[in-house]
Design a protein around this ligand. Structure first.
Ligand code: KE4
Length: 442
């Protein structure tokens, strides 16, 4: 099935059948909630193949993919070198539960790209990375409270599942069933892009806040950039209060620049968490920082953290192939991503404007979100004003035109080095058709 900007009679029977089967054995038929399309409606996709910037589903529909597995696939699907590296590693065995040279090889590249990171520990997901970094920050500072920001997501560790909007410097309210309030009582959820709120929190809980964890460019309420000098303020306030600043670069690391958001904004945090791109599509997370902090981690120090498959040879091989390619092409790949992403987002935003559809776009590098609201969107309160029904109609209509966007208004979309001008032109044409015919804003 080729790509057509006009609505195609998209077959979904095979995906629907697979979904029905999966639902018998897996909650919602999915292994991560957002894949169930609950907020956009329609039949969740069952993918059979990805190649470059395209995906094919079980009904042989082809899509231009702007999800990219939620960020890891900056080189696109099955980029030359990555499958081969995984295959070569697999021929020697899949896991040993003992060290391999590849772990230090990957550590070396990450450390070379992030100047404040002297030591790093690999884990298996972003969730493990952030929960471990927080444990380490509490041990290092001997303090208990932590600060996160509304609309930021750092994985599903209990202490981080805090209800949005729990107010300035008020203690966290559980954001999920099964999380006792005792587990969130030490978490402060503050508004993003509001340095005054953080000052207040440190006044109210002086000498008690172990760390402040932040997505330096938020991807998890959709894409929300830091206000000018906001990250500088977080750095100054945490330094002044002897609290650790943790940059959660699971999404932004190697995405916004080879050195992530901290290279782009020139801010050095105390700890950094990683994931997604460093695994090249295989399960990898990591946390890192100065040796005098990281050396508190077992077996050297008293902070326990472990993992059967941490540093897994296949994941290391996929991460190495990906980061080596990025390193050798870093002088061109990021400017290329910048230019094509700008062309795409400006084209679709202009199409919405011409059609009188209220829409604003936030973009940093190759991560972006089209918000169905006049905007601006600078924090969770403004993001929450979006017309999510309009987004759902847009999502479904674009899917029918062969364009796969993240199935949620509150997720970032990603462009990869495999996307082409042709993809961008098709996407803009599909958006124009959608705005003209699908009553998106009605
Ligand atoms: P994982 O445990 O999903 O590997 O990473 C958690 C995480 C931590 N920090 C940031 C900034 C993240 O974006 C994530 C995970 N991102 C979501 C997408 N918004 C993963 C997609 C999903 O949950 O299915």
């Amino acid at each position: 099935m080729g790509l057509t900007a006009t609505t195609m009679a998209r077959h979904v029977e095979a995906s629907r059948k697979l979904q029905k089967r999966a639902e018998q054995m897996i909650p919602g038929g999915v292994n991560s909630p957002v894949r169930a399309f609950r907020s956009v409606g329609g039949d969740p996709l069952f993918i059979v193949r990805g190649q470059g910037s395209h995906l094919w589903d079980a009904d042989e529909n082809r899509y231009i993919d702007y999800v990219g597995s939620w960020g890891p696939l900056i080189l696109g699907h099955a980029p030359p070198g990555v499958p081969e590296a995984i295959g070569a590693a697999a021929k020697n065995g899949t896991s040993f539960g003992a060290s391999t040279a590849a772990e230090a090889d990957l550590a070396e590249i990450v450390i070379s790209a992030f100047p404040h990171v002297e030591k790093i520990r690999f884990v298996n997901s972003g969730t493990e990375a952030t929960m471990s970094a927080i444990r380490l920050a509490r041990a290092y500072t001997q303090r208990k409270y932590i600060v996160k920001f509304e609309g930021c997501y750092h994985g599903h560790a209990d202490a981080l599942l805090v209800k949005a909007g729990s107010g300035v410097a008020t203690l966290g309210i559980p954001g999920s069933a099964g999380v006792p309030e005792e587990f969130t009582q030490l978490t402060l959820a503050l508004p993003f892009n509001d340095a005054g709120a953080l000052e207040l929190a440190f006044k109210k809980f002086s000498n008690q806040i172990a760390c402040v964890i932040v997505e330096p460019v938020v991807g998890n309420m959709g894409c929300v950039p830091p206000a000018p000098l906001y990250l500088d303020a977080l750095r100054e306030i945490t330094l002044r209060n002897n609290s650790l600043l943790i940059f959660d670069e699971v999404m932004t690391g190697f995405r916004l620049a080879f050195g992530g958001a901290q290279e782009r904004y020139g801010i050095l945090p105390d700890l950094t968490t990683f994931g997604k791109i460093i695994g090249g599509g295989l399960p990898v997370g990591a946390y890192g920082g100065p040796a005098h902090i990281m050396d508190m981690v077992a077996p050297l120090g008293p902070v326990y953290q472990a993992g059967t498959l941490s540093g897994n040879p296949l994941a290391m091989a996929a991460g190495l192939a990906t980061l080596r390619y990025l390193r050798s092409h870093k002088s061109t790949i990021y400017t290329g991503l910048e230019m094509l992403s700008a062309q795409l987002t400006e084209g679709v935003t202009a199409a919405a404007k011409d059609a009188g559809v209220p829409l604003c776009c936030n973009r940093v590098g190759s991560m972006f979100t089209w918000y169905f609201t006049d905007g601006p969107v600078t924090n969770w309160t403004s993001a929450a004003k979006c017309d999510t029904e309009a987004f759902a109609r847009f999502f479904r209509a674009m899917l029918d035109r062969g364009v796969y966007l993240p199935p949620s208004q509150f997720e970032a979309a990603f462009l990869s080095a495999a996307h082409t001008e042709k993809d961008v032109h098709h996407t803009i044409a599909a958006a124009k058709q959608t705005f003209a015919t699908s009553h998106v804003a009605s």
